[in-house]
Design a protein around this ligand. Structure first.
Ligand code: FHN
Length: 462
């Protein structure tokens, strides 16, 4: 297992040339991340001009990949791809409805693609015609979302791709970029990126996270990351920046090997089986079907049970769950996404207390019946497999406890200390088939049963 550098509070980081990358103290970084670690659940939105082709080009479905990769995967000449812009007219876009669906599902922040790898700006950038400016859509979707998020009390965050398949100065120029000419100049590209980021961080109020991506290609270096990190922090000192600004992320596992300048790790389409211990901040981003950007042919929707248990799995190992929506070119969430968001919201309405502001399970050993989260002196036991005999064994020994179903706090459950652990007598049927939550309030320090679980357990792919 790759040794994971704890992405914890940073002080100062030496970089090439010796200058210091950041000058925040550990306490400042803990403060910066406090809302994020309490939130536990966010909405990812991949929305751009790629929603027009929606996974189809020249009458054929694109290869099995996210719909947002269609230009690359189908090697669409940029001049051809640009013809999608006049077709992008999402008149049915309703920021209030989107934010309501997110908050109703229990999500506390929204990360939306401001610019994905295709370089298309989802705001009226003064630095490029390539974006919303090139469409008949005369509104500013990021402004409307910013206003609605502020009104709803949740954080708006921006995804921004470092790699840019459209810009003439991105050095890894694609052969099918037939609109670019001359020799790419990375420093001019960096200046362009900084200009766009200044627009994003000065027009829409406080932004929760800058969610960088597309950092993997060669022209982008650690030195660029340090410089950009300092620049972004100069614009919004309290903003959180993920680890994909730098060059130390270990693939889809998402965590850093070595010291980078990002604030948190970003596992993708997988959930770390054991988490990374206290003080390490991370967030698993995952799709609801198999694509990030909308594809009309992707009907492989995960069940609501899978999505809720993914959320619980993340919280119980100390991380956040960033669940993706890929809206259509009309500005609508797919119906299958809407249904799942509503069902997740029903569960969160009853059980959100067991997710928000919790920390990872104190138990090291595998819990066969479900998961556990913790908040102060309370343990939240998320029971996936309700015991047929009504006896639930929790790995607690010789501790003074009170226990109840989260849904019926007035009805205490019988508990018995045994050499194997704490046996809680449950009612015959589970209150919730996806996950029923039992609260165990412990007097004094929580002392998990001794034996550790090996740490070689692979992350569970979903
Ligand atoms: O290439 C992107 C992909 O399109 C999508 O945005 C995901 C979401 O995290 N990130 C990259 C793949 O790792």
């Amino acid at each position: 297992m790759v040794a994971v550098a704890a992405i914890t509070a940073r002080s100062t980081l030496p970089v090439q040339g010796g200058e210091l990358a950041v000058s925040t103290t550990p306490a400042q970084n803990v403060d910066r991340l406090s809302w994020f670690n309490a939130a536990r659940f966010g909405m990812f939105i991949h929305w751009g001009v790629y929603s027009v082709p929606a996974g189809e080009w020249a009458g054929k479905s694109m290869p099995d990949h996210g719909g947002e990769w269609i230009m690359e995967d189908c090697k669409i000449p940029v001049s051809e791809y640009a013809k999608f812009a006049p077709q992008f007219h999402p008149e049915q876009f309703n920021a209030r409805a989107w934010v309501h669906m997110a908050t109703n599902a229990g999500m506390k922040y929204i990360v939306i693609t401001s610019k994905h790898h295709d370089g298309f700006a989802m705001w009226r950038s003064d630095l490029s015609e390539w974006g919303i400016r090139a469409t008949p859509f005369e509104r500013d979707p990021l402004k409307e979302l910013a206003d609605e998020c502020r009104h709803a009390g949740i954080r708006l965050c921006f995804y921004y791709s470092i790699m840019d398949w459209h810009h003439p100065h991105w050095p890894e120029r694609r052969a099918w970029n037939d609109t670019a000419s001359g020799t790419p100049d990375m420093e001019r590209y960096v200046a362009y990126m900084k200009g766009q980021l200044k627009e994003l961080l000065s027009r829409y109020g406080p932004i929760g996270i800058l969610w960088f991506d597309g950092e993997w290609e060669k022209p982008w270096t650690h030195a660029h990351a340090v410089d950009l990190h300092r620049y972004v922090r100069s614009l919004q000192p309290d903003i959180i920046i993920n680890n994909r600004i730098d060059k130390v992320r270990q693939g889809m596992g998402g965590m850093d090997k070595g010291q980078g300048v990002g604030d948190y790790g970003t596992p993708e389409q997988e959930i770390p089986a054991n988490g990374f211990g206290p003080g390490v901040t991370w967030e698993s981003c995952m799709t609801m079907n198999n694509t990030w950007g909308y594809r009309k042919d992707d009907h492989k929707w995960k069940s609501t049970q899978t999505l809720i248990r993914n959320l619980i799995d993340c919280a119980s190992t100390g991380g956040n769950y960033l669940l993706n929506i890929g809206p259509t070119a009309e500005g609508l969430f797919p119906d299958a996404s809407i249904v799942r968001l509503e069902e997740i919201g029903d569960w969160m309405n009853q059980n959100g207390e067991a997710i928000y502001d919790t920390t990872a399970s104190p138990f090291k050993q595998e819990i066969t019946w479900g998961r556990c989260t913790q908040k102060g002196d309370k343990l939240f036991l998320h029971v996936y497999n309700w015991p047929a005999d009504g006896r639930l064994l929790a790995p607690l020994l010789n501790q003074k406890v009170k226990a109840w179903l989260l849904r019926t706090p007035g009805r205490k459950l019988k508990c018995k200390d045994t050499p194997e652990g704490l046996v809680i007598q449950l009612p015959a049927s589970a209150p919730d088939k996806i996950a029923s939550v039992i609260v165990v309030q412990v007097t004094g320090k929580i002392l998990p049963a001794a034996h550790e679980r090996g740490d070689g357990t692979p992350a569970q792919k979903r």
